[in-house]
Design a protein around this ligand. Structure first.
Ligand SMILES: C[S@@+](CC[C@H](N)C(=O)[O-])C[C@H]1O[C@@H](n2cnc3c(N)ncnc32)[C@H](O)[C@@H]1O
Ligand code: SF4
Length: 387
């Protein structure tokens, strides 16, 4: 069975106003060397039950993984290599903040097998970068992208849209500036904020935000990108193998502070997660598991075994995020006749409203439904009594 690993690196230069991830500025964290040692402990103490799994991807996310010494990232790769078989085409990605990559660190990453770089571009507008408390300028972004292009690295770029004071024209300009660097992959995220957040002011009305999403789709398709997931676009052959893990009911092990995991075994699906608190995390990773699975030593409130209706809900929600949708046969093989029946009832309802289509024995959301995906997901949520 295959496995993917996510490694959380919580270090940031400063905190962006819109960010809700578990990240801290360096003064609030121990030296990165100490943190890396905790992650290594976590691998060494908990890998026993899954060591026979084939590692198909590793993803260093954050935070700002490119902020800590590149050598420390390679120590994690070496540690994983000691305990797992790497798939011959393993994808190893790292998130890079503009201005934090150097020729030397890039070389260190590439020598260690990192073969995909994800750059947090967000926008090329300096006034917005400043407003969001980003630590870099658009010039830093250009220099980082140029470095990746010069070294023939495979890279993806994250862009945010529906930003404060952002018009459709502004967004189109961001897209054009990014396309100059011919990225292999682009993720475009709608800026998501809590209801009364300071940055909710001066944003385009919802109708314009929807047009922005359409503008992105239109422009990137024209450039040859495959719109394969709500927020993700890829040139041929450059889909994110790691992120596909999350949308295709596959196993992933999250390492580091606050990281989440999902494992299937003995016909069960288990989610488990690490604490957000540094002290609790550092204490927990010291305990060596005696049971066969990495979650077995975690307290009750840090793991859950999914009931069938919860697993079916997750399965449908994640699959519908991609252009491959739900494979009908998989509903039957994974959730039995009862699961299939229950899902078909909901899928046929959506079909009658033209919100979903059936093609080649798959149920797929058309682009217009991706625009309102949250309401579709609500309809595709199963209760205990549905099964
Ligand atoms: C975990 S962040 C880390 C990336 C990197 N530290 C950076 O900021 O460039 C990954 C991506 O999530 C997206 N993101 C962060 N906060 C967001 C928000 N509130 N709404 C939508 N996307 C967000 C950004 O595009 C970011 O590049
Ligand atoms: S740099 Fe990235 S991870 Fe860090 S605070 Fe900003 S958005 Fe969050």
């Amino acid at each position: 069975m295959s496995l993917s690993c996510y490694v959380h690196i919580p270090y940031c230069i400063q905190k962006c106003l819109y960010c809700d991830f578990t990240t801290f500025t360096r003064d609030k964290l121990p030296p990165s060397e100490t943190y890396i040692n905790w992650v290594k402990k976590e691998i060494e103490n908990r890998h026993q039950g899954i060591k026979d799994r084939n590692l198909r991807s590793i993803y260093f996310g954050g935070g700002t993984p490119s902020l800590i010494p590149a050598k420390e990232i390679t120590l994690i790769i070496e540690c994983l290599k000691k305990h797992f078989v790497f798939h011959p085409n393993i994808e190893i990605s790292i998130e890079i903040n503009p201005g934090t990559l150097t020729e030397k660190s890039l070389q260190t990453y590439q020598s260690a097998g990192i073969n995909r770089f994800s750059v947090g571009v967000q926008t090329f507008r300096d006034d917005l970068l400043k407003l969001f408390n980003r630590e870099h300028s658009a010039q830093h972004t250009r220099t980082t992208l140029e470095l990746l292009v010069k070294n023939k690295a495979v890279f993806s770029a994250d862009l945010l849209f529906a930003l404060n004071h952002q018009s459709r024209k502004d967004l189109k300009k961001d897209l054009e500036l990014l396309l100059l660097y011919t990225p292999h992959h682009i993720s475009t995220y709608y800026l998501t904020l809590p209801a009364h957040h300071l940055l909710q002011k001066n944003r385009a009305p919802e109708s314009v935000q929807l047009q922005m999403f359409q503008d992105i789709e239109h422009r990137l398709r024209k450039e040859g990108f495959d719109h394969y997931e709500i927020s993700n676009f890829s040139q041929k052959g450059f889909h994110s193998r790691h992120n596909l893990t999350y949308w295709s009911d596959r196993n992933y092990w999250g390492l580091g502070l606050s990281a989440h995991s999902f494992l299937k075994f003995n016909n069960q699906r288990v989610r488990f997660w690490n604490p957000k608190n540094l002290k609790a995390y550092s204490e927990q990773v010291k305990q060596k598991t005696t049971e066969p699975f990495p979650f077995s030593i975690l307290p009750k409130e840090q793991n859950e075994t999914l009931d069938l209706h919860e697993a079916l809900t997750d399965f449908c929600h994640t699959a519908l995020r991609t252009r491959w949708g739900i494979q009908q046969i998989k509903l039957k093989t994974t959730f039995g006749n009862k699961g299939l029946e229950s899902a078909l009832k909901k899928l046929n309802n959506l079909k009658q409203k033209n919100l979903i289509k059936k093609q080649d024995k798959r149920w797929v959301l058309p682009f217009s439904s991706w625009l309102i995906s949250n309401s579709i997901f609500r309809e595709m949520t199963f209760l205990k009594e549905d099964l």
